[in-house]
Design a protein around this ligand. Structure first.
Ligand code: DC
Length: 224
């Protein structure tokens, strides 16, 4: 058994990755990485100064103080950027679209590589995103790929947004999800796809606690 364990959870938005990541990390006492939040931070910083060279934006992110905290009882996380809670700002649908567009550029992907890998600490890490198992942590003990129908994902996203007092219609969410999926899956660099050795979990008909239990069960077998 290796010292530091890694579980990767990849998949499109709204498939339950964030909740499952927190639940699994909490259960196993592992650290966690929400890599989408880092892409969203790049988008947020970019919108402050859109004419700025993207490398300068990445330098700001690389030198920033970024902290994830979790309200583990409710399985909700908060993202602090230079000590400011930016959770709500990062959830905005236009920030998600800009993040997805910027994520197509190789300098953005390579600019975030080291920052993501720094989250790996003993005793282990649960990392969620689009390319955790395929590119960032190919050595992971367990790789999972979560899916769900666009309708279910839109419903989950709507619920998450309502929790931070944002109402977005289902139609708008479905079309935004489809647009992002299309872009994230078809980009040249690290497209969204399951790793060859990933366990595929269709979460459409499952509760997120059942998905977490499934991931932990797979992990116990892999890590034994
Ligand atoms: O997981 P999320 O919805 O917060 O991610 C926002 C965007 O960031 C997503 O549409 C694509 C990009 N992203 C990525 O390219 N690679 C990752 N590992 C995580 C997110």
């Amino acid at each position: 058994m290796v010292d530091t364990q890694i579980i990767t959870l990849d998949g499109p938005s709204g498939c339950g990755k964030s909740t499952v990541t927190l639940a699994v990390a909490q259960k196993l006492g592992f650290h966690w990485l929400n890599s989408g939040a880092l892409y969203r931070l790049v988008a947020l910083e970019h919108t402050k100064n859109p004419s700025q060279d993207i490398q300068a934006t990445l330098d700001i992110i690389q030198n920033a103080d970024i902290e994830f905290t979790a309200d583990t009882t409710q399985l909700v996380s908060h993202i602090f950027y230079n000590h400011q809670d930016v959770t709500s700002a990062l959830q905005a649908p236009d920030i998600a679209q800009i993040a997805s567009k910027l994520a197509q550029h190789s300098e953005v992907r390579s600019g975030l590589l080291e920052l993501q890998q720094k989250f790996l600490k003993s005793p282990g890490l649960v990392a969620e995103g689009r390319d955790m198992g395929t590119f960032i942590f190919p050595q992971a003990t367990l790789k999972c790929y979560l899916t769900a129908t666009p309708e279910i994902r839109a419903l989950r996203r709507q619920k998450q947004l309502l929790e931070i007092n944002k109402h977005v219609s289902l139609d708008t969410l479905i079309s935004s999800i489809n647009q992002r999926d299309q872009r994230d899956c078809s980009r040249a660099e690290a497209p969204l796809k399951p790793a060859d050795d990933a366990m595929i979990i269709d979460t459409s008909e499952m509760s997120l606690s059942a998905v977490s239990a499934q991931v932990i069960q797979y992990f116990k077998v892999k890590a034994a």
